[in-house]
Design a protein around this ligand. Structure first.
Ligand code: AHR
Length: 499
């Protein structure tokens, strides 16, 4: 058995966790919308065509914000196609994913769905094939109360009250040549500056997100952020990061260390933001929106019919190893919550998603659903500097990777401390000593864990063996508590203040 030591103190805080760090993403891609959240005629559909079974799985997670409508899709999207009478909406060739878009679901349907899902919208505008004019019109359509062309158009479409969308993405992955309307950093920095300026003139209460790099391996990474930020620093509020990890080489040990890359990526973007802050002699701080993150590789190479509607694409079936990586990525986001204010697990339903559905049939939780749900439900509060002494190992791409990774969140309001921890060791249990001297009266309550599964075990519509197990813990007060983490395990250890 290995040992780790963790010390936490109320005085050593990272930051209050912004709830939006537990956000997600729905794109017009594959079956995320059609057959995912929206399927008129499904036995579980409500009067709007929203699947109630899917809504319930989403409400259980308590998703605070959902990014929409893309993704690569947004870079060719005409938002006007998706509003007004459904029968007169155009069918379009959707070039990002080579499918046909029916536009039977659009902005007002999405906002209506958000209410049912108990979530907020994070809206993206098209800065690929379109620009500042269409972006500011969409803000007027969504957020202006009335008395102007676009606000009255919204009212005529049955949405009397403004939607009040607060967070807006200035395009998507504009650094990538796969993107419709791909731009150089200078072209994009100028376009984003003007779009954000006009959008904020329409509604000064909104916040905007600049597109950072599409992943940490982009050749332009670093320069892209510095150049674009310098061109629009005063006009934007966040810079985005996107990152997916895969394990197509089967090296799970190395895969489990990928969260080290995410940590480096986040810290580098923080440095670039602060470099531009210093260079511009401004007090304004830019925070981070990790608005696409997940594991993505299982579905690579899957075929579908070109120009078909809502095909089965990017339908990764996640295994237990993926759930551990998602847990590690969540711990990494929380560790950096002084600067990461928004994050979106990409995506939410069917497309690289925690929730899967069958057209006309069941909805179920994939393996990665569980760490996401745990983090969202129990990770709200103040993230604490979690001093961790643990044994280390090397992997193919990383040195000195902790056998255990962990982060504690203290909710002063609920009087709880939650320790999220992953044991990366394939064979050995890890006995964690948690120093609680600064938390008198806090006693263990329960240990939720996922462990003991085959690394390739998956959940399907017929069988969902990969589930968390909850073990009640004896409520005995001790200055140092000991918890055992099984080999290859995701752990949520909950402590509560005695009444
Ligand atoms: O989430 C799937 C795709 O990944 C998104 O459309 C794009 O932004 C990213 O490359």
């Amino acid at each position: 058995m290995k040992h780790s030591k963790i010390t936490i103190s109320k005085d050593y805080q990272i930051a209050k966790v912004d709830d939006r760090i537990f956000g997600s993403f729905i794109e017009h891609l594959g079956r995320a919308v059609y057959g995912g959240i929206y399927e008129p005629g499904h036995p579980a559909a409500d009067e709007n065509g929203f699947r109630r079974d899917v809504l319930q799985l989403i409400r259980d997670i308590d998703v605070p914000i959902v990014r929409y409508p893309g993704g690569n899709f947004v870079s060719g999207y005409r938002w006007e196609d998706g509003v007004g009478p459904v029968e007169s909406r155009p069918r379009r060739l959707e070039l990002a994913w080579a499918t046909t878009e029916s536009n039977t679901f659009g902005t007002n349907e999405f906002l209506r769905w958000c209410k049912q899902a108990h979530t907020e919208a994070m809206m993206a505008v098209n800065l690929g094939t379109r620009g500042a004019d269409d972006a500011r019109n969409l803000v007027e359509y969504c957020n202006h109360p009335g008395g102007t062309y676009y606000s009255d158009l919204r009212r005529s479409h049955g949405a009397e009250q403004p939607h009040g969308i607060k967070l807006w993405c200035l395009g998507n992955e504009m650094d990538g040549d796969w993107q419709m309307g791909h731009k150089t950093a200078t072209e994009y920095g100028r376009a984003a500056n003007e779009a954000s300026k006009l959008m904020k003139w329409v509604d000064p209460s909104i916040e905007t997100v600049l597109c950072g790099s599409s992943n940490s391996g982009m050749p332009s990474f670093g320069d892209w952020e510095a150049t674009t930020l310098d061109l629009c620093y005063d006009k934007i509020d966040y810079v985005s990061l996107h990152q997916y990890y895969g394990c197509s080489d089967g090296d799970v040990k190395n895969f489990l260390a990928r969260s080290v890359d995410l940590d480096n990526y986040i810290k580098t973007v923080v440095c670039v933001c602060d470099y531009i802050k210093g260079k511009r002699h401004t007090g304004k701080k830019i925070n981070l929106s990790v608005d696409e993150w997940n594991v993505w590789f299982h579905s690579n190479g899957a075929k579908f019919e070109k120009w078909s509607e809502a095909p089965h694409i990017l339908e990764d079936v996640y295994d237990f190893a993926d759930a551990l990586v998602v847990g590690l990525m969540l711990i990494t986001l929380l560790k950096n919550c002084d600067r990461v204010k928004v994050a979106c697990l990409a995506q939410l339903v069917n497309v690289i998603a925690p929730i899967m559905t069958e057209n006309g049939g069941k909805a179920w939780a994939q393996t990665i659903y569980w760490p996401y749900l745990h983090a969202s439900r129990y990770g709200r509060g103040t993230a604490l500097q979690t001093l961790l002494e643990t044994t280390k190992h090397d992997t193919r791409d990383y040195c000195d990777v902790g056998d255990v990774d962990a982060l504690a969140v203290w909710s002063e309001e609920d009087e709880t401390v939650t320790l999220f921890a992953v044991n990366r060791d394939f064979e050995e249990e890890n006995l964690v000593s948690l120093n609680l001297k600064d938390f008198p009266g806090y006693v263990p309550a329960e240990h939720i864990s996922m462990a003991g599964f085959d690394l390739h075990a998956v959940n399907t519509k017929d069988a969902a063996p990969v589930q968390p197990k909850t073990t009640p813990l004896p409520a005995v007060e001790r200055p140092v508590q000991e918890f055992s983490l099984a080999p290859l395990s995701w752990n949520v250890i909950r402590l509560k203040k005695k009444a």
